[in-house]
Write a protein of this length. Structure first.
Length: 455
């Protein structure tokens, strides 16, 4: 007789264990394992082969489906990240740190979608309806036809949704929902999983679009369940630094559009404003050319974006010099420093190194290597790079510069913002776009010689 058993699930990585322990042996996290009740009493009672199901329909690969009937919100930055608009019967997860602006973004989006003709429900488990109305007032959205509810009981919510059949449901947040099919507290892994499962099932069943808000823990994981990421069609992260006004909505998974696409917003006193020209905004705080600054011509999704890399290099009072990086990968910084030392003979021993991507932007493109190296060298040599010059290129372990994708787009964007020259890997597409003077470099040593007259 199969017995309904409790399982022990790691809230950091979702690994399932048969017994409790202090450390998860899958991901190494401490105190992350929590006890879960059986998912549902009915599950597992019947073997799948025993009961006869209905026959499934099969089609061939040549069957043409009509294009997805997307609804655009009219917020271009949001629509781009969604892949052109919201798709019916899709489930979207919007994750982000508490206080970053998820509720603000989604209330604005709700109003836009309602204006675009969607029957829109906004269900909050975090705030009272009066609080949401106050925010709507601040955002100037009180006239929008959004239906509000402050509710956490999933069964009641689903009953209402099944009866009302809205086109779009926003659930803020998934961590506050409570499903009575699971015996644990709201916010626990099994509750979040059950709630996300029931809400995505509703989306598929009724053809409604469902947007779930999820709070993210410090280390960038959606609190508790990474499993939600697998259940939904689209995962968006809303990121930014608290102290900065920029917010970036990034698609990390999208079944209905390109991943890696970003939308840029600015948090203002009256809600989130779209930033249609992010390069201009990211470079707006740049002063006169100074040592340690390099402008990187990057590509985010389908769009070129210019950002500034800032470096500071100073003698270290510590036996272990500091390596601090914001907005970029610290492993990549270590690699660049090693290549500079081994291939160009420029050591950073005994020096503290700080590297910062200005504006709270996070860069993960390998093409940023050369911009980081340029900022580091410029700081170390105390020599500013040529003004009006952008830099991009991937650095290999041998010190060679590798060509990167979309050279032309990068140069065009730089020219548009008033830059006149670029330092780029040799072997890329020949440049000269829009009057840009492109200096091709074969390797890092040539770059050091050319720009800093050493090496
Ligand atoms: P919120 O949307 O509540 O964040 P989340 O849902 O991700 O927890 O936004 C919180 C912050 O945004 C709050 O600190 C105040 C700020 N804010 C503005 O600066 N301008 C505005 O118009 C609004 C509504 C909020
Ligand atoms: Mg909120």
């Amino acid at each position: 007789m199969a017995r309904a058993t409790t399982t022990f699930t790691c809230s950091a990585c979702g690994a399932v264990h048969t017994k409790w322990s202090g450390q998860c042996d899958a991901c190494g996290a401490w105190n992350s394992i929590i006890e879960e009740g059986p998912l549902s009493a009915a599950a597992g009672k019947q073997s799948l082969g025993a009961a006869r199901g209905r026959a499934i329909t099969l089609t061939d690969l040549s069957t043409q489906d009509p294009p997805l009937p997307r609804t655009a919100s009219g917020m271009a930055e949001l629509d781009r990240v969604l892949g052109g608009g919201l798709v019916p019967a899709s489930a979207v997860l919007v994750g982000g740190d508490p206080g970053i602006g998820k509720s603000t973004l989604l209330l604005q989006a709700a109003a836009q979608f309602a204006n675009a003709g969607l029957k829109t429900f906004y269900i909050s488990g975090e705030e009272a309806a009066a609080q949401i109305r106050m925010r709507a007032d601040r955002l100037g959205l009180t006239g929008a036809k959004v239906q509000l509810a402050a509710e956490t009981v999933l069964r009641d919510i689903l009953t209402t949704l099944d009866a009302e059949r809205p086109d779009l449901v926003i659930v803020d947040s998934i961590q506050t929902m409570w499903s009575d099919s699971v015996e644990s507290a709201p916010g626990s892994v099994s509750q979040v999983r059950a709630a996300a499962h029931e809400l995505t099932a509703f989306a598929k069943r009724r053809g409604s679009a469902v947007i779930l808000v999820g709070h993210v823990t410090k280390d960038g994981q959606i609190a508790g369940p990474r499993v939600v990421e697998h259940m939904v069609d689209t995962v968006l992260y809303f990121e930014g630094e608290r102290g900065h006004q920029f917010r970036i909505l990034r698609a990390v998974k999208n079944r209905f559009g390109p991943a890696d696409e970003i939308g840029v917003f600015e948090m203002t006193g009256a809600g989130l404003a779209e930033v249609s020209n992010p390069s201009a905004l990211f470079l707006s705080e740049r002063g006169a050319p100074a040592p340690g600054s390099a402008v990187f011509a990057g590509i985010e999704g389908t769009r070129p974006v210019l950002v500034e890399f800032q470096a500071l290099v100073a003698p270290s009072p510590h036996s272990q010099p500091r390596r601090s990086v914001v907005g970029w990968d610290s492993g990549r910084l270590a690699m660049i420093l090693a290549v500079l030392e081994a291939r160009c003979g420029i050591p950073f021993t005994g020096l503290d190194v700080y590297l910062n991507v200005a504006g709270g932007m996070k860069i993960s493109e390998p093409a940023a290597d050369l911009a980081a190296a340029a900022a580091l060298l410029s700081a170390r040599e105390d020599a500013a790079l040529p003004p009006e010059c952008v830099v991009f290129g991937e650095i290999s372990l041998s010190g060679a510069l590798r060509p990167v994708v979309q050279t032309e787009n990068r140069l065009k964007e730089a020219a548009k913002l008033g830059f006149t020259s670029a330092i780029a890997p040799a072997g890329g597409k020949p440049g000269g776009d829009g009057g840009m003077a492109v200096k091709p470099m074969a390797d890092l040593t040539a770059f050091v010689g050319e720009v800093f007259g050493a090496g």
